[in-house]
Write a protein that binds this ligand. Structure first.
Ligand SMILES: *Cc1c(COP(=O)(O)O)cnc(C)c1O
Length: 110
């Protein structure tokens, strides 16, 4: 991490034939940093399609940046992403551990 931000270029250079999953907390916990949508899209377009990119968006409901692209809108373009969200933070239901995953049909049918 650099200044509380994921270093996406470092992630890309660390990818090799053994890489199966890249896990990104966005917004990040505990720093709260949000990856700008253009940066995330550029990153996703460079990640090989056979690698699963998990977008852990536990703090999604706290994003106030009007330019932020909802990652669900990226599913068509990048079927290898899995979006994780939870009721823990926005609804104060941490004790329930109730969350959900949103992915492309291609991914979820596997
Ligand atoms: C709180 C949190 C979780 C856990 O969510 P649960 O639904 O309570 O399991 C996962 N990821 C991040 C980044 C969190 O902040």
């Amino acid at each position: 991490m650099v200044d509380g931000l994921h270093d996406l270029n470092a992630f890309l250079s660390a990818v090799n034939e053994r890489t199966a999953v890249i896990w990104i907390c966005n917004p990040n916990n505990p720093t709260g940093n949000l990856i700008p949508s253009e940066e995330l899209i550029e990153f996703l377009s460079k990640v090989p399609e056979n690698i699963l990119v998990v977008l852990d968006e536990a703090y999604f409901e706290y994003v106030t940046d009007p330019h932020h692209t909802d990652s669900i809108r990226l599913l068509d373009q990048f079927p290898n992403i899995l979006v994780l969200r939870t009721f823990s933070k926005a609804y104060g239901l941490a004790a329930f551990r109730l969350g959900y995953a949103i992915g492309s049909p291609q991914l979820l049918q596997n």
